[in-house]
Design a protein around this ligand. Structure first.
Ligand SMILES: C[S@@+](CC[C@H](N)C(=O)[O-])C[C@H]1O[C@@H](n2cnc3c(N)ncnc32)[C@H](O)[C@@H]1O
Length: 638
């Protein structure tokens, strides 16, 4: 809703670095572009039902006129763009929040159901009930019977301002608009007209200050605040914020358009030290997500335990996983030690994953008395061993690099300076890197991620989830990112770093330094060679894309996953062809099946036909047919 207080409008843009902008779909595009990559192929009727409910709620069906609040009471003809963006007060439609904010609400509600974030849904400030009706429809569409939708409202309009307690509301005129007063009886009738009035809907009638403190709510997965004024927004936050579950969403309808509302949100977040990034929905509405419990993503993800005891922490912990290879470690450790940071600033671990030779003496001989050598009792594998190293750290920021990687002078001082100047929402920082081959020649660098140092835009999540654009030595992690979202997934030996980057970017901002301060050695480790030999690199990529389709916000998934699927499937087909040509039919088959499992789009038909025409492919025709019929390809757990 737009500001109708006496106070001046604030610009809709929000303070720098505090709001991460989602791309707003174009008016036409957004109408049809919403098929979920995961659920909708399976459940087209669910989507069709919810699409229709949305259209009815904003009355894109009969296209009712609207009231222009700027010219009190003036009625104007239906305007599709105004309704789409929720900029009008409809004369009949059951919500005024428009299609974009309604779609966002639906996406977030579906996301908490898919991810099992516990709790009920509530909207504080329901007007004719439309947003709550949508929430009830989402529960209906998913067959959820153990969650409730709370609809809190005076059902008499907004309260008179109380400037003694809430000076920001002085002069607010919302209470003078009788259009904003909709009776409980009318709202119930609206629910009933969709067949959605039942015991899963709970009405809390009265002023928020009276109803919310004692509302019979234990946990919330969605808190939607739409009470316009400072007081109404603050009452909702004060009484309900602590009930929002980890991974739950806090949505505020009027942040970008009502000065008092924005101030209440800013005051509350400041007072409670909340730094979870604010995401802009459409210039008016915003949301943020409560820190996600790692188990929301996968029960098997382990978290880093917070440090106990008050002993001072170094700024940096450096972890170097090692297995057997000795030829590069000196260059790696020298590049760290030459930066001249003392033990109070930096601790360094080399984690030997039970190499056949005991490397203690060798490592300590290189370590200048600064490197702790840890030898695993048995060979754990790269990421379990890395996680083990992470558990030993005490630093505030952690850097992991392999024994054959190295860094340039000033790596740590430059990144530390960048981190200290960045907003508190930063959980990861990275710099430009150069790939080197085994002969010590530089081979390649990615295009710059940004021109200058600073926070990566939200779109970075799209890039990150298409394919992994980073190499390990270029990235450093804030310790509490591992505490909050968990360690590397140990069930993805090939893609654990990539999966973690995306998981972290859902929760934290990323800081970038444009200086090329990290060097990554390109040659396959024994583990990678083993994985590739078994076709498990492709399996991990396919699995990672499946994970992304469950955890990415819908607007990101829609942009990144189709591109990712096509890209990886194309590369699997190319690899399969090479294996056919080399006479390795079994491995070729693995890659073909993984390609088919992640993408069956028309665009890849030429590659697919080319493969089928290869003489060796005849041997796997039967299996390809089965794969195309979507028979499960691997036993569970493989
Ligand atoms: C802008 S309307 C809500 C629009 C609605 N969410 C939709 O989907 O169209 C604001 C609503 O908040 C209610 N409201 C605002 N402040 C309130 C308060 N302090 N106590 C109770 N109700 C309040 C008003 O009665 C009104 O119905």
């Amino acid at each position: 809703m737009t500001s109708i207080s006496g106070a001046p409008h604030k610009p809709t843009a929000c303070p720098k670095n505090r709001v991460r902008y989602t791309s707003v779909p174009s008016y036409k595009g957004a109408e049809m572009d919403r098929m979920s990559p995961t659920t909708d192929l399976v459940q087209p009727t669910r989507s069709l039902y919810l699409d229709l409910v949305e259209r009815c709620l904003i009355n894109a069906i009969y296209e009712d006129a609207y009231t222009d609040w700027r010219e009190r009471g003036a009625t104007k003809k239906f305007d599709g763009a105004m309704r789409h963006w929720g900029r009008d007060w409809p004369s009949c439609a059951h919500t005024m929040i428009g299609q974009v904010r309604l779609r966002n609400l639906r996406d977030l509600a579906e996301q908490v159901l898919v991810e099992n974030v516990p709790g009920d849904f509530i909207e504080t400030g329901v007007w004719r009930g439309g947003a709550c009706i949508l929430l009830r429809a989402v529960l209906q569409a998913y067959g959820v019977t153990d969650r409730r939708v709370f609809a809190a409202d005076s059902f008499e309009g907004l309260p008179k301002p109380n400037p003694e307690h809430y000076p920001a509301d002085a002069g607010d005129l919302h209470h003078t608009f009788e259009e904003l007063a909709v009776s409980l009886q009318q709202v119930k009738a609206n629910f009933a007209s969709y067949g959605l009035l039942d015991e899963q809907v709970v009405f809390l009638k009265g002023w928020f200050k009276d109803t919310l403190p004692s509302a019979p709510i234990e946990k919330l997965a969605i808190l939607r605040i739409d009470g316009d004024m400072y007081e109404s927004t603050m009452e909702a936050l004060q009484h309900l914020y602590d009930k929002v579950a980890p991974g739950g969403f806090i949505i505020v309808d009027d942040y970008g358009c009502v000065v008092g509302c924005q101030q209440a949100v800013d005051d509350f977040r400041r007072a409670r030290n909340i730094s979870d990034p604010i995401i802009n929905i459409d210039g008016w509405g915003i949301f943020w997500r409560n820190p996600v419990d790692a188990t929301v993503f996968a029960p098997s993800i382990q978290r880093l335990e917070p440090i106990s005891g008050g002993a001072p922490q170094p700024f940096w912990s450096v972890v170097v996983p090692l297995y057997e290879r000795q030829s590069y470690l000196k260059q790696c450790l020298d590049s760290i030690l030459d930066q001249g940071l003392g033990p109070e600033e930096m601790e360094i671990f080399v984690i030997d994953d039970a190499s056949p030779t005991n490397l203690k003496e060798f490592v300590e001989g290189l370590g200048r008395g600064r490197v702790k050598y840890i030898r695993n009792a048995t060979n754990l594998g790269l990421y379990p061993s890395t996680n083990d190293g992470l558990r030993r750290t005490r630093g505030r920021w952690i850097h992991v690099l392999h024994d054959d990687d190295w860094i340039m002078p000033d790596f740590y001082t430059t990144l530390k300076r960048g981190i200290e100047q960045a907003p508190a929402s930063i959980g990861v920082a990275f710099c430009m890197y150069v790939n080197w081959d085994e002969q010590n020649s530089s081979t390649w660098s990615p295009p710059p991620f940004r021109t200058a140092a600073g926070t990566m835009p939200r779109d970075f999540l799209v890039k990150l989830s298409v394919a992994n654009p980073l190499n390990l030595p270029a990235v450093v992690y804030r310790r509490d990112a591992f505490e909050r979202i968990g360690l590397f997934r140990e069930d993805l030996p090939y893609t654990a770093d990539w999966e973690w980057y995306v998981r972290s970017a859902l929760q934290f901002d990323w800081h970038y330094q444009p200086e090329a301060l990290a060097r990554y050695r390109v040659h396959a480790s024994q583990q990678t060679l083993d994985l590739a030999r078994l076709g498990l690199t492709a399996r991990d990529i396919r699995r990672t894309l499946e994970i992304f389709s469950n955890i990415l916000p819908r607007e990101v998934a829609l942009r990144s996953l189709p591109v990712a699927r096509e890209h990886h499937a194309r590369s699997f087909f190319a690899t399969a062809l090479k294996h056919f040509q080399a006479g390795n039919q079994e491995l070729a088959g693995r890659f073909v099946f993984e390609a088919l499992a992640i993408d069956t789009t028309e665009q890849l038909r030429p590659e697919f036909i080319q493969l089928l025409l290869h003489p060796s492919a005849a041997s796997i025709f039967h299996d390809i047919r089965a794969a195309l019929l979507r028979r499960p390809m691997y036993p569970p757990g493989q």
